[in-house]
Design a protein around this ligand. Sequence first.
Ligand code: APR
Length: 242
Amino acid sequence: MNTLRIDEGTRLLVLTGAGVSAESGIPTFRGSNGLWENHPVERVASPEGFRDDPSLVWRFYSQRRAGAAPCEPNPGHLAIAEWEKKLGDRFLLVTQNVDGLHRKAGSQRMVELHGNLFTTRCTRCERTPFEDRLEYPEGTVPLCGECGGALRPHIVWFGEMLNPRELIEVGEFLQRLDTRLVFMAVGTSGAVWPAAGFVDGARKGGGQTWLVNADPADNADRFHHFVQGRSGEVLPKLVTFE
Ligand code: APR
């Protein structure tokens, strides 16, 4: 397997998707018996679905909380947290995952692009989104203790905008001029934008691009390097620091 050598003049942006958590026991979304095989996206992960049946949406997310709560980071998460320790501000992690495993592994310089499974917010008042690990009983919709409005998972649903401040942070990291860029995507099918387009931004800026994935992803041919394999096995051996 070819290895990625990182020296003092290099910065690393890592984008992760559901594949990086697969070895921790969390189901991915697409492919055989992916999450979306059993749950139509529109009904459980969209504003329209929440409007039509909020208790169904809360049942779906309570099930995902129950599934993710006992899971532990795997060697892939731990390797990424190690890279951050070595690189400091020459490192940024952008994850599409909401399972909290990168944080559990020690990652801090991180953008959770699609929100977090264990954070809840109010649909009515401006209350700050808050940590919430509760699994709500079937048929219930939790209400805000401050305004009585319906609470919702702090997740970016299909059709919703990403946090512009987070996209600016990623853009600024991609466009820095002080170091050479390496962009690495791990465990993502490249099916969802704008994350699927980060590789183009990296290449436009002259960055080296790597994909680590169990199967060729939709946008695999846009990467300079493709390492096929399980991230828990590949990542701990992939990077050498000079
Ligand atoms: N190691 C590396 N890659 C893996 C592993 C593994 N152990 N297991 C699975 N994969 C790969 C699959 O081959 C697939 O290409 O991870 C990818 C997971 O793709 P998806 O299930 O589409 O997940 P993701 O790319 O994260 O989806 C992006 O779409 O559903 C929305 O908001 C949701 O964040 C999600 C976004």
